[in-house]
Design a protein around this ligand. Structure first.
Ligand code: PEP
Length: 253
């Protein structure tokens, strides 16, 4: 199958130039498993992308946190996929629950964004996940399937897509999904891909977990067969992000 472990750091709307430089220094000095074992992608706020890009070690990559769903133009405040390509930013996070919830981004809109970003050669971390209310009412799989379907019905090539399963109730709350909860949804998403897209896409697409991952809980989560890595928020701003990257070695044991 050969799904390389993937660790993304979502810095969200945090940092000053000095703070960002400090995080990059920590990352640059860290001893982590090789690129053959783990793919590391950090996602600074747009305005810090150039400075991070100029300083970051070459074996780590950069993701933007969003982009516009069509060609750029008269869309004040937006950043286009073309601009990311122009800056040499290879990845973009799309459909993060903070944008779905706070900015009312629909699954269809996210699907359009994913399609457009992929068409320009960007790689996409596509986020899906249920709210607490949805989990408690027993419709977790249905919710993530609908979110994934809005992407699946628009694209045919999944090779540049990583799916991030991020339960909304676990993001920034300190309430991490149990390894069993994460594995259950990841396996369900993989089955959905198998049934609705193809066996090959199901076997090769990385499904990463996000939601209160930290240096203490990452190893057990990484040990789950369908957890192919992490999207990390709060802990990606701290030195423990290195421990999370190192959890990739769990897959080798
Ligand atoms: C995120 O926002 O993608 C995330 C996973 O946040 P946190 O790790 O802080 O829960």
């Amino acid at each position: 199958m050969g799904r390389k472990f993937f660790v993304g750091g979502n810095w969200k709307c945090n940092g000053t130039t000095e703070e960002v430089k400090k995080i990059v220094t920590t990352l640059n000095e860290a001893e982590v498993p090789s690129e053959d074992v783990v793919e590391v992608v950090v996602s600074p706020p747009f305005v810090f992308i150039p400075v991070v890009k100029s300083l970051l070690r070459p074996d780590f990559q950069i993701a933007a946190q969003n982009c516009w769903f069509r060609k750029g133009g008269a869309f004040t405040g937006e950043i286009s996929a073309e601009m990311l390509v122009n800056l040499g930013v290879p990845w973009v996070i799309l459909g993060h629950s903070e944008r779905r919830q706070l900015l009312s981004e629909s699954s269809e809109f996210v699907g359009e964004k994913v399609t457009y970003a992929l068409s320009l050669g960007l790689k996409v971390i596509a986020c899906v996940g249920e709210t607490l209310e949805e989990r408690e009412s027993g419709c977790t799989m249905e919710v993530v399937a609908v979110q994934t379907k809005a992407i699946a019905e628009r694209i045919s090539d999944w090779s540049n897509v990583v799916i991030a399963y991020e339960p909304v109730w676990a993001i920034g709350t300190g309430k991490v999904a149990t390894p069993a909860q994460a594995q259950e949804v990841h396996a369900g998403l993989r089955k959905w891909l198998h049934d609705k897209v193809s066996a090959e896409v199901a076997a090769s697409t990385r499904i990463i977990y996000g939601g209160s991952v930290n240096g203490a809980n990452c190893k057990e989560l990484a040990g789950q067969p369908d957890v192919d890595g992490f999207l990390v928020g709060g802990a990606s701003l701290k030195p423990e992000f290195i421990d999370i990257i190192k959890s990739a070695t769990v897959k080798k044991n």
